[in-house]
Design a protein around this ligand. Structure first.
Ligand code: HEM
Length: 132
């Protein structure tokens, strides 16, 4: 073991159990999103296997795991979709509920919620941001 491994605090990614836990979270999350009649339509023409893979890689980076994300930036992927603030909030809620159900510790959940607040402007369509 190196000095770094002995002294560096464990990342959120390691604390929740690494790749298999992220994968489980993404599965459960998209099950909820696709079961939500207000949101399912956005994903009607989307290759969900690739989608799950991309979100898993992105969530890994957010949680301090290895960066292997090669997809588009958030703004590039979402601006054409005309996403509303309300739908953004619903997706955020599904993610929060998913992580809570899986027993993710409160401090990690709080950090994920901070990131959700930070990236909202990239995901919600520019014309839908009034009042935010
Ligand atoms: C923090 C919030 C979000 C994150 C981190 C996120 C993450 C991602 C990622 C990583 C991709 C793949 C990009 C690529 O393939 O290059 C993606 C695509 C997509 N996202 Fe999100 N997303 C978020 C919010 C939302 C919301 C609120 C909606 C809809 C209400 C949504 C709908 C979609 C759809 C439909 C695609 C596929 C677009 C396409 O294939 O053209 N996302 N998202």
């Amino acid at each position: 073991m190196t000095v770094t491994e002995e002294t560096a605090p464990a990342s959120h990614y390691d604390r929740i159990g690494g790749a298999s836990s992220v994968k489980a979270a993404v599965e459960l999350f998209y099950d909820k999103v696709l079961a939500d009649p207000e949101l399912a339509g956005y994903f009607a023409d989307v290759d969900m296997a690739a989608q799950r893979r991309h979100l898993a890689l992105m969530l890994t980076v957010v949680l301090g795991g290895p960066n292997e994300y090669t997809g588009r930036g958030l703004a590039e992927a979402h601006q054409p979709l005309n996403i509303t603030v309300e739908h953004y909030a619903k997706v955020g809620e599904h993610l929060t509920v998913t992580l809570t159900e899986l027993g993710v510790p409160a401090d990690i959940l709080a950090d994920v919620q901070t990131v959700l607040g930070q990236v909202q402007g990239q995901v919600v369509a520019a014309g839908n941001r009034s009042g935010v």
